[in-house]
Design a binder for this molecule. Structure first.
Ligand SMILES: [Zn+2]
Length: 268
C-alpha cells in the first residue's frame, strides 16, 4: 500500500507522512539525542513499512513512540518497535486492554481481505509510559509536551506540542479531508478541548488524518463543533428534531447522526 505522500517537513525537524488506508498521519519529531515517532498505523506489517521509510530521513531509529489514542489505525503497529518506550494516556492503555481484541475483530469487517492476516498478526499494544495530565519528553535540544486537554474524539486524546517549532499534533481531535469521527466522542466537550489546543498558539497543526494545516483550522473546527454541540443540546432537550439538526449541522448527515447518539449518551 503506497503512502499518500512522501515525508514532508512541516516545521524544523518534524516530518509527517500520510498513509493509506484512511489517509492516516505518522509524524517524526527529531532532536539532538532522540527521535519521537507518533502513531504507528494499523498493523505490524504497515509499521514495518514506516520503519523502512524512516531510513529516508536524516535521523536515527526512534527512541520513543507515542500514540495519540487507542483507535487501531493509529496504534496497532506499535509492536513493530519492541524495546522502545511506548507513551500513551492511561485511558488509551485502558481502552486497548479492555477492548483491543474485540476492536481488532470489528476492524476486520471494515478492511479489505488483504489486510486481515496483518491485523490478526498484530498484538494489541500495551503502552508502558503512561501520561496523566502532562509529560515532557526531552529529545536533547528540544522538548515535546504530551498533554491531555480534555475529552473530544475520545476520552483519552493525547495532544503533542513542540513549542520551539510552533507545532501541535492534534490526533483525531482534528481531521482534514474527512468529517470528525464521533463513535467514541464527547460532542459537548470537544469544542472546549479544541479551544485549549488553540491556546497553545501553535502555527502548524498536524491532524490525525489528512493534510497538515495551520492554526486557522483550529478556530474553524472549534466553531463547527460548538455549533453541532448546540444542535445536540436542542435535540436532547426536545426543542429541535434530529432531522432539523442534520440539515443545520456543519457535518454530514451520517456524522451528525452518530454525534446525536453520543450526545444523548454523554453528559451535557
Ligand atoms: Zn480515531
Amino acid at each position: 500500500m503506497p503512502a499518500v505522500t512522501p515525508w514532508t517537513e512541516v516545521a524544523d525537524r518534524i516530518w509527517v507522512r500520510r498513509y493509506d488506508p484512511f489517509d492516516v498521519n505518522v509524524t517524526v519529531v527529531a532532536g539532538g539525542h532522540g527521535v519521537l515517532l507518533v502513531d504507528t498505523r494499523t498493523s505490524l506489517h504497515e509499521a514495518a513499512e514506516v520503519r523502512r521509510h524512516l531510513a529516508e530521513l536524516p535521523v536515527g531509529a526512534p527512541t520513543a513512540v507515542a500514540l495519540t489514542h487507542a483507535h487501531l489505525d493509529h496504534s496497532l503497529g506499535a509492536g513493530a518497535f519492541p524495546g522502545v518506550p511506548l507513551y500513551a494516556s492511561r485511558g488509551c492503555r485502558q481502552t486497548l486492554t479492555r477492548h483491543g481484541v474485540a476492536e481488532r475483530e470489528r476492524w476486520l469487517e471494515w478492511l479489505d481481505e488483504e489486510h486481515h492476516p496483518h491485523l490478526r498478526a498484530s498484538p494489541i499494544p500495551v503502552p508502558d509510559h503512561l501520561v496523566e495530565g502532562r509529560h515532557r519528553i526531552d529529545l536533547g535540544d528540544r522538548d515535546v509536551d504530551l498533554l491531555l486537554l480534555g475529552h473530544g474524539h475520545t476520552d483519552h486524546d493525547l495532544v503533542l506540542h513542540v513549542a520551539d517549532a510552533d507545532t501541535v499534533l492534534a490526533g483525531d481531535l482534528v481531521e482534514v479531508g474527512a468529517p470528525p469521527a464521533f463513535e467514541d466522542a464527547y460532542p459537548y466537550e470537544w469544542p472546549a478541548t479544541l479551544a485549549r489546543i488553540e491556546s497553545l498558539d501553535a502555527e502548524v497543526v498536524v491532524p490525525g488524518h489528512g493534510e497538515p494545516s495551520s492554526r486557522k483550522l483550529l478556530a474553524i473546527r472549534r466553531q463547527q463543533h460548538a455549533h453541532l454541540a448546540a444542535l445536540c443540546r436542542e435535540v436532547v432537550g426536545g426543542v429541535r428534531s434530529a432531522t432539523s439538526a442534520m440539515v443545520m449541522s456543519p457535518f454530514p448527515e451520517a456524522t451528525t447522526r452518530v454525534a446525536l447518539d453520543r450526545a444523548a449518551a454523554t453528559a451535557g
